[in-house]
Design a protein around this ligand. Structure first.
Ligand SMILES: [Zn+2]
Length: 457
């Protein structure tokens, strides 16, 4: 760690003052104090005090959920943990959370931290904030304008992860399971279940060619996209055969999973949400906690849930309202949300709130991600309505038509306030898929629908 000089202390105290002021005013304080600290002291991260143990959580999808789950598991086992809960995961966000957790002397007040870290920011963060452990959920194609493709992001991570960081990786992801090949690692994974088909028909697969010898890879089982078990017919490349935390059986009805550990210990856990991506998120958190030494019964007693801003469900007057985050520009996150909606029992009206809410001038011009996302999954007899909302509602409609969704199933509007009236309330379930930019719109829609269904009761 670099020595603390006067410039550092001026930066720390000014930023701390700004944090207090923002909190008193009820404003978001997860970002600006870090901006201020770095402005006064550009090498602030190198000088600020850090907890002894740092757990970093990264990956394309699931970072915020896994970070919060690990935070809960460690806190419930008696650790005092510093955490950037709200997902402020870039260079300035990490500077902000570190200064919040630091005394006026510049020393950290915490022994343990859990930080969500944006993949693109890793080069700026890891040289100064060295993770003891790094959990990577997965690597998928993401927003094209920001993250390009998985090789680009993997290279970013490979060249930034410190050599002595221990990795907790997804064995079923042949891209992220090969991160930083020289580092110590353990794996978590989910065996193929009897209720799963051998291959889900997804449009995109981010790993078709062997990264070692360029042969065509053979998938023994493809859960979705490139997640599954794979091997190369011409070299040693494959998904790992030794998986230290292996979910052998998933019981969707009772929401339990049985995990076999490397030493043969078998434990059963209750997962908080049936969506397979959240079962992976939970398994990632549990695997880390067990590796860290948290007892099974502490995990079972822990208040684990999927963060409210990412998922919620309610049952009113015989109708169910399910809200799930579905990041636009991210074709995999959307495809997973579409698959989830398709698999729900009963008839459904699916609402797509996938746009920037400020209108078409703020909406990204590039809509090619829509053609990587599996809108085809919304072409299903029990999806009786798809409501496309926002500045890009007509682009959504074209994509839905290309996917074979019948014209009479599609409803479009660019007026957020009209959505509640447009919804076909004969459906058993209203499934609202919303982007991070639309959290407030989604919340307001839920309130309106709840009142509507209560009146009808
Ligand atoms: Zn090969």
């Amino acid at each position: 760690m670099k020595k603390r000089n006067l410039r550092f202390f001026v930066a720390l105290w000014t930023a701390k003052l700004s944090y207090r002021a923002l909190r008193i005013l009820g404003r978001d304080a997860s970002h600006f104090p870090g901006v201020l600290a770095l402005k006064f002291c550009p090498d602030f991260l190198a000088r600020v005090g850090k907890p002894d143990t740092i757990v970093a959580v990264t990956g394309t999808n699931g970072k915020t959920t896994v970070t919060n789950m690990i935070y809960n598991l460690l806190s419930d086992s008696g650790e005092k943990v510093l955490c950037n809960h709200q997902g402020s995961n870039t260079y300035t966000g990490i500077a902000s959370i570190l200064l919040i957790g630091t005394a006026l002397s510049g020393k950290s007040k915490y022994k343990t931290a859990v930080f969500e870290v944006d993949e693109r920011s890793s080069k700026l963060i890891y040289p100064y904030v060295k993770p003891t452990y790094l959990v990577c959920t997965n690597l998928f194609r993401d927003s094209l304008t920001r993250n390009a493709h998985t090789e680009f992001i993997k290279e970013f991570l490979d060249t930034s992860i410190p050599a002595d960081t221990k990795l907790i990786l997804n064995a079923d992801d042949p891209i992220s399971s090969n991160l930083a090949p020289g580092n110590e690692r353990i794996f978590f994974g989910i065996d193929k279940q009897s209720f799963e088909q051998s291959e889900e028909p997804n449009l995109s697969c981010d790993l078709r060619i062997c990264p070692e010898c360029s042969s065509l890879l053979q998938y023994d089982f493809r859960r979705y996209h490139h997640i599954g078990r794979v091997h190369c017919p011409n070299c040693d490349f494959s998904t790992p055969s030794v998986i230290q935390y292996r979910a052998e059986s998933i019981d969707e009805d009772n929401m339990t999973m049985t995990v076999r550990e490397a030493d043969g210990v078998i434990n059963t856990y209750n997962f908080p949400n049936k969506n397979i991506i959240n079962i992976y998120n939970y398994l990632a958190a549990v695997s880390f906690a067990r590796y860290f030494g948290v007892p099974h019964d502490t995990i079972m007693k822990s208040r684990i849930s999927v963060v409210g801003s990412r998922y919620s469900e309610a049952s009113i007057g015989g109708k169910e309202i399910l809200m799930t985050l579905s990041k636009a520009q991210n074709p995999i996150a959307c495809s997973r949300a579409f698959s989830y909606a398709k698999k729900l029992q009963g008839t459904k009206s699916v609402v797509l709130l996938l746009d920037e809410i400020e209108g078409v001038e703020k909406s990204p011009e590039n809509v090619c991600w829509m053609y990587d996302a599996d809108f085809e999954l919304l072409n299903s007899p029990d999806i009786i309505q798809v409501v496309a909302v926002g500045a890009r509602h007509l682009d959504d409609a074209v994509r839905l038509l290309v996917a074979g969704v019948p014209e009479e199933v599609i409803t479009t509007t660019d007026d957020y306030s009209s959505v509640a009236d447009l919804i076909n309330t004969t459906a058993d379930k209203i499934v609202v898929l919303y982007d991070l930019h639309c959290v407030k719109v989604a919340r307001d829609l839920k309130t309106t629908l709840t009142e509507k269904f209560k009146e009808g009761q």
